[in-house]
Design a protein around this ligand. Sequence first.
Ligand SMILES: C[S@@+](CC[C@H](N)C(=O)[O-])C[C@H]1O[C@@H](n2cnc3c(N)ncnc32)[C@H](O)[C@@H]1O
Length: 343
Amino acid sequence: IEVLDWVDSKGGYAHLSVGTVNDAGLRGTLATRDIAEGETLAYIPRELIVEFGAPAHDKPPENAARLLARQRRDPAWHAAFLPYWRSLPAPASRAIFCKEMFTQRHRDLLQDAEMAAVVVEETGVARQVYNGSSSWWQRWLGQAPPVSLQGLLPEGAAHKISWQEFAHTTCHVGAYGFGCRGAWGGRRVCLVPLLDLMNHAAPDLANVIVHQDEGNGSYGCTATRAIRAGEEVTQTYSAAALRSDYSLLHYGFVLDSERPLLAGLDHMARFEHDNDDLYLQHQSLMSHEEAQRLSGILASFPTTEAEDLQLLQGTGAIFVPPEDLRLRRVSEVVPVNRELVGI
Ligand SMILES: C[S@@+](CC[C@H](N)C(=O)[O-])C[C@H]1O[C@@H](n2cnc3c(N)ncnc32)[C@H](O)[C@@H]1O
């Protein structure tokens, strides 16, 4: 597809094709040749990456407003990224569905008051950004999103964007965005063409990790095990996406898994709040209290960390570097071999 040639023409590469990966017609990425473990099978240069937001406010609706505004204010930029926009599911296509598109009927199906509250709260923020319905003092007091579609676009231009288009863009930014390091430091949300066509799989099934070069901001994708030509290429989006409720609400899918990862203690409604320091954000499926309890049990084990490490090395498993291995095991559900990709 066009986006592959575009990446190629801009100095990137990918040993990937885009195609149907299951009987339900899901689209995803496939290896075009055999890939060895540790090989970097895709490289996306910095200039193809779309970056938004600031650390304090990087919610999908605000970034959607920034994206839509930039597309309209800067037609040359929009045109330069056409192959990327065309690679994404069209609005109203069944390939993309998340909470911004929920109707009352979908909310009722949740059968869970807290999840329904998350939907109401987050779509409420999206509505505020779309309508620009908050006053300057609400924004100043932090009671409303700092960005509105009207505020970013010239007079009258915001009205030409329908709620459906806005909800679709919010869903796209949320479900296709990557956490990245901004050009001037700080955490941002980025859109990474082509690599965002990879589907999610649990860590034991995923075969690549996606990483950003700290120096030049480019993105790479490295095989965590050997991949055969034609095999689907998948990554683990985040530990949070291993939870059925989280993946359903934010991405519109649920993985087949023997044990659904759900617990009352770490309900996603809490999980989502950045300033709730009771919970370990976007990393663990538990509260700090629970992490401390489990850490205490691990600390009382008869073997040392070094001995555990030796055992793990013998298995060829991918694991985090030795320092505080046990404690990290508690707080990081998805271990990442940073050495493998040199980050
Ligand atoms: C980053 S995109 C991946 C590419 C997407 N499949 C496409 O064709 O544009 C994320 C979306 O892909 C779908 N998806 C990703 N992983 C999935 C999985 N394991 N099972 C079902 N759908 C998945 C969901 O619709 C999700 O919101």
